[in-house]
Each structure stands twice: as C-alpha cells, then as structure tokens.
Unconditional design. Structure first.
Length: 431
C-alpha cells in the first residue's frame, strides 16, 4: 500500500461519524487523510477523519441555479465545519426528501434527474477542487443516480486519472420491480451505468451474487469486497435461560423495513403474552407513522431517535439478538436483492447472534444462509417460529454468534479486506 497515493472518492452521502454508512472511510484506513478527497451531494457536515478534503455539491443549490445562474452550487468544506450555509441546505434537503418519500415513483425520480440536468454543477469551484487535488485514482459507487454517474465521468475526463467502480446495489436489472412504468427510470439508469462502466478501469462488487450479475451484464470481472470488521469479534453470552432476551434494531426504517419491523413486533407481542421473553429496542432516524408508533407503544418495546455510531456499536455489544431488516412484501421486497448492508459487518464485529428478516432470494439472506451465520425468516409465520425456537433454545444465540464470528474472520477480516482494496488500487494505478 502507498499511503501517499492521492485518492478521490465520489459518493452520494457525506462522511459523518454519526451514521453507519462508512464503507469508504473504513476501506481507506491507513491512508494519509491529506491524500484523500471526497465529493458528495448531501449537505450533512462531513467530519470523518479518513479525509481532509471535502467538497459538497448541494442539490438544493443546483435546483436554485436553474433560475439563478449566479448561485454557487458547490464549495469545499473543512472536516467538522458547521456553517449557516450548510445548515440551511440541510434543512431544505430534509424537507425535499420528506416530500419525495411520500410520492416516490418514476415521475419524481426522473424529475429529480431533470433538475440536475438543468441545474449548474459544472463550475469553476468543482474544477479547481479536483484539479488542485490531482488524484492518482478515482473511486466511485456505480449508482442509480444519473447525475452522480455523469459527474464521475466528468471528473475522470478532467483529471485523466484511473478509476475503480463499486457495485453495491441492484441498479442495472429489471428484477427489482415489475411493470413498464416502475422500470422506466431503470432504462435510463442502465444506459448511464454502461457509459460509466466503459470508462472505468476496475470494479468491486459487494457480494458474490452482485459480482455474477454485474460481470454478466457489463462484461467485466469484479472483485468481491465488503466493508471490513472494525474489530475482532468476541462471543460472550451469559448462561442460557436468562430472560428477557434483548432484541435490538439500529438503523434506517425506510423502503419497507418499517413493515418488517412491525411483523417482528407482532410476533414478539404474541410470545410475550404469558411472560416477558423478549425486550425490543429500536434506534432510528426514520419517523414511524402514527399508526405503527402507537401500535408498538408497549412495556417491552422502546423506540428512540438515532444515536451516534459510537453509541450504536456499544449497544450492539450489549444486546442478545441483533435484528437485520429488509422488506418481505410489497414493492420494496426485492430492493436489496444485490445489496449487503454495512450493518452486517458491524453485527459481525459485535459477536452477537443475528436475526435476519427479508425475502429468501435476496443477496444478504442468501449469504447469511449459505454461511449459517444468522437465523432467517421471510414472513410473519417464520418470524414467530424462529423467535419461539430462540425462546425455547436460548443456547442457539451462542451457536449462531460463533458461526457469525467464523464467517467474519474468514471473509471480512480487516487485514484481508484492506489488502484486496489496496492491491487493486496499486495494480490499477501502475497498470
């Protein structure tokens, strides 16, 4: 590894240590933060110590620039810098995405892309940031966002640097949803990704299934790469038979996860009728609907606002059973078919048993099942069956936690993951 290799990363979200979406910073461990730069499109103040050069291209300002071409749409931000400008953009961003969440469909998705197409993002500020940093290599996620892919192509052409793309979701097949109208944005996403793939020098994929499908569609050869463990897991459970068993969920509850959460809650409620077998704790930044929130308001269940990632990791160590949620039905049932939640490696690091809820044929469930490192359920009946089995055989918590540890050390151990990541960068730059 060359710690002085100049690396520019382009991704949607800002790198903020308060949240768990930190795959890129985790992979960049050991690199000089003065040699890492990041371009993002969300206005949360970036503060991750993996990087010392941040540039935010504000969506709110890009939209305003359609009518006001003099507005500055992008600016460099110091790590941890909280400005009035950022705060205002963040509030506008939250309000806009709150509205989009209620009306998320092909029209709103394509409408956002049109706004980016009409807005002003190709600016002197962006050019100066990129050219003055002079990257040796550019890393980017192969996104469903057309504007992000367009900007990646632009930055690569501007610098002439080599690049590596990362497939972490299904944003190139028609298998997520059915129907012409639902798949209309996907037509443009596929075309955008094909353009970007032709200009990309190497690729990562987040799961073996993602690799198989991306390789076949784009005619490439991805290397399988996930977020590394943040620490070596230690399995440590008290003597079996202690109740209540502490069930914990931390994270986003969008794209159908709220319904899956409610399914788990209802199963726990039935099991707890005679005695408190499970306690249920949730930490999330997602506002639950009044209906869901009121139904889950019980003695054994507590719902809290999001907490900093450092506290999340500690809570995971203190729990008995860590809940992984994906949609089990409805239009989001296949949304994670090629994904692999960053939460999974965090759960592995905690050394606890994982209870995974989601459709059986999506990549994370297939991976967990093949490696026998989680208890898995795909519908209401299976959820209740698995939880009753845990209640009757609490020793299974220790068994599956040990299985998860073995899988983690074999496939996600930090030194192995970082070696693959760094060796790929060196081979691309030197090739």
């Amino acid at each position: 590894m060359n710690p002085k290799r100049r690396i520019l990363v382009v991704s949607i979200s800002s790198w903020n240590t308060e949240v768990g979406m930190n795959t890129w910073p985790a992979l960049l461990e050991g690199h000089d933060p003065d040699c890492v730069a990041h371009i993002c499109f969300r206005s949360n103040a970036p503060n991750n110590p993996a990087c010392n050069h941040y540039f935010i291209l504000s969506e709110s300002r890009v939209i305003k620039s359609i009518l006001n071409r003099k507005i500055k749409t992008g600016h460099e931000v110091l790590p941890g810098e909280e400005t009035a400008e950022l705060s205002g953009d963040l509030q506008a961003q939250k309000a806009r995405y709150g509205r989009m969440k209620k009306r998320r469909n092909a029209v709103t998705l394509l409408g956002r892309e049109l706004l980016w197409k009409l807005g002003k993002w190709k600016t002197k500020e962006l050019d100066d940031f990129v050219t003055s940093f002079a990257p040796d290599v550019i890393l980017y996620s192969m996104e469903s966002y057309l504007y992000c892919n367009r900007i990646c192509r632009y930055v690569k052409k501007l610098t002439g640097a080599k690049s590596i793309g990362y497939f972490a979701d299904d944003n190139f097949t028609y298998k997520q949803q059915k129907g012409f109208f639902a798949n209309l944005p996907r037509f443009f996403q596929r075309r955008s990704l094909k353009k970007l793939a032709k200009q990309t020098d190497a690729f990562f994929a987040i799961t073996p299934k993602t690799k198989r499908e991306a390789d076949a569609f784009f005619g490439i050869d991805c290397k399988v790469l996930t977020k590394p463990l943040h620490e070596v897991p230690e399995v440590n459970y008290p003597a079996p038979g202690r109740f209540p068993i502490r069930l914990l969920y931390t994270g986003n509850l969008g794209i159908g996860r709220d319904e899956a959460l409610l399914q788990v809650f209802r199963a726990v409620q039935k099991i707890n009728q005679t005695e408190p077998v499970f306690s249920f704790t949730v930490y999330s930044s997602t506002a639950l609907s009044e209906k869901v929130g009121s139904e889950m308001k019980t003695d054994f269940c507590s719902i809290h606002a999001a907490i900093p990632q450092s506290e999340v990791l500690q809570k995971q160590k203190e729990a008995d059973l860590l809940l992984l949620l994906e949609a089990t039905q409805g239009k989001y049932a296949k949304i994670a078919r090629l994904s692999f939640s960053t939460k999974i490696t965090d759960y592995f690091s905690a050394g606890k048993c994982i209870f995974a809820v989601g459709c059986s044929d999506i990549a994370p469930m297939e991976y967990l099942r093949e490696n026998q490192c989680a208890l898995i359920a795909s519908n209401q009946s299976e959820i209740e069956t698995q939880l009753r089995y845990i209640a009757d055989h609490p020793q299974v918590l220790q068994e599956y936690a040990q299985n998860a540890r073995n899988c983690a050390l074999q496939n996600h151990e930090k030194a192995k993951v970082l070696a693959l990541f760094n060796n790929t960068i060196e081979s691309v730059v030197n090739g």
